[in-house]
Design a protein around this ligand. Sequence first.
Ligand code: CO
Ligand code: CO
Ligand code: CO
Length: 327
Amino acid sequence: MRHIPKFSDPNLLVGPSTEDDAAVYQISDDLALIQTVDFFPPIVDDPYDFGEIAAANAFSDVYAMGGNPILALNILGFPAKLSKEDVLGKIIQGGVAKATEAGVLIVGGHTVDDNEPKYGMSVTGIIKPGFEITNSGAQPGDVLVLTKPIGTGILTTASKFKKVNKKFLDQAVVTMKQLNDSASKAMSKVGVNACVDVTGFGLLGHLFKMLSASEVDAIVEFDKIPILEGVVEIADRNILPGGTKRNFESIQPYVKWDTTLTNAKKFIMCDAQTSGGLLISVPKDKLDEILIELKELGVETKAIVGEIAVRKSPEHPEIQIIKSASN
Ligand code: CO
Ligand code: CO
Ligand code: CO
């Protein structure tokens, strides 16, 4: 990303400078395009599941901006020598199923020969200019609401080593397949200050991006974070994805940890997610309203995980982790 020049164009409403989920480009008074791309190697064994997850993940960056995804192009890497047409077909069918659910048309794509399979999409969404929800609007006093449990990175890594109960992995797959469409609709309806979707940089990494862009700090309450079943036990056995460890190392200088938290719990907060939930910065007086909207739209997880605070250091944001508010 740092190799991309800083464009300045009055129609570019959201560009790379705020490290937002997607770019937003104004076409007319009523219409702006949202543009984003995401693809990655399989994180689950079942090719159809993988296709669904990759598609849900690709649409998520549009939902995180408060937009509607409308068109997508498939991006596929697949080992030609394998020519396992059935596997390739199942990945694409999974993607099509998710796109159909989201109301997105897959209008083309491109496949290349690749030793390690990869799948994802380039997605185009739309939004009314001025209604885009970015990383940079969080205000001190806002409440942070998270719409999916975390721990998918730890669970999928453990499953590669056959060290996870199938029931726990299945729950992770269900959450990764879930679209963030309803959560997005709820926040757009209520009007919120900022949003990111929680993916590869983990809960704290994506929060950090929001805090940087918004020039604020945050307090996060560990006990309020929804964590998938089985994750704490696996992390306690030190089974962790490489990305999760790297996330932990890079966020470390900016976090003040509660001294009673185990290392495993610190890693969980940095766990690299795939197709995670939305982390929404909600003005306090709109909290009740958004919780009702999320409930009415069927969003199961709506956890109040923390609060935005005034920036202390001029150089960088700080995240304070408390175990529970009663401490
Ligand atoms: Co994102
Ligand atoms: Co992305
Ligand atoms: Co955003």
